[in-house]
Ligand binder design. Sequence first.
Ligand code: PLP
Length: 392
Amino acid sequence: MIEGNPHFSLLDREYIFPIIEKKLLELQSSTDDEIVNAGIGDIALPLAPTIAKAICDAVIEMSISKKPFGYGPSEGYLFLREAIRNNSYKNFTTDEIFISDGINTDILSILDLFKDSCTIAIPTPAYPAYLDATILSGKKDQIIEMPCTFETGFIPELPEKRVDIIYLTSPHNPTGVAMPKDRLRRFVEFAKSHGSIILYDGAYESFISSNCPKTIYEVEGAEEVALEFRSFSKSAGFTGLRCSYTVIPKSVQITVSNKFTSLNLLWKKRQSIKFNGVAYPIQKGAFACFSQDGSKEISEQVQIYKNEARTLLNGLLKLEHTCFGGIDSPYIWWKAPEALSSWEFFDLLLKRCHLVTVPGIGFGKHGDGYVRLSTFMHPGVAEKALSRISHL
Ligand code: PLP
């Protein structure tokens, strides 16, 4: 019998979303009351009209064009890479920007570029893909945890010792807290002095309204040690369309078989072998996000989610609950009342308030004792959630 990849059996964390779904279905079968879903962090609003039109136009263009639209460039069409560069990365060249079908894909694939013995620092709690990527690449025993707790301000502290790779997110998921520049600078300095590489996930960058950096490259010297991932998923409602991009500066160097090489070249090679690019209409839709109408429509949507976050956060604080995040992100990190585990608090909120959350333990051991609220909601839903919670 052929043996399967043993790393799959090491993925031993609890997959909470199927359990939440089961509990939700049970409740739905026993009540007619509307259930407020602040659980899975997926978008709630419809696709912005300018983006929808750009996608439809691109499909029609493909059907009437004399020039066939075959395989596109694996690194993405130049029109989109140029728009991204001109909008957010003027200090970089277009060949330092790679289009992909989601940060999730790149977070998992990027570890292809590093040696098996690499050590990896991962925040805990965190978006689960960092841990899954590390385990699947055979590096489970080389993980160094960076707790994101009340004591650390819900963002990670520096790793306790030298590491090769550091996963970071800002604003952080699930705690919803963005990293101030001085904290981010400490990571860049650490990476420079230890020869580490930072994998910086900016999935929620468009939600930052404080003066926390929107990109790691606001920190001087970051272009030598950091890659940055960004996505149209949450900023423009692309979770179902799939389009993101990764910035890999040519100045990020590693050695392969004792020879210096740029990570950019290695990634280009990897992508040309393993990835055939994102569909043309989807890239045209992403391109429309940078048009005047497109950018107005998507920022209005982000503002709706942010307003819901503000309403929910202020309401919870007024009711004297202990909550964090929610200012620079669509997530609120809600402390369970004394002695309740995150699953017990989840069950209480589901049964008594008909409110779906995500138990913090699903994001790592330091997440226990909290639940995460997502504010990807239609206007007014936060008020509805609050009126339920006020009866708790
Ligand atoms: N990074 C973080 C921190 C996320 O929370 C998510 C999705 O929830 C992703 C990445 C996934 O992004 P994408 O849809 O581009 O794969």
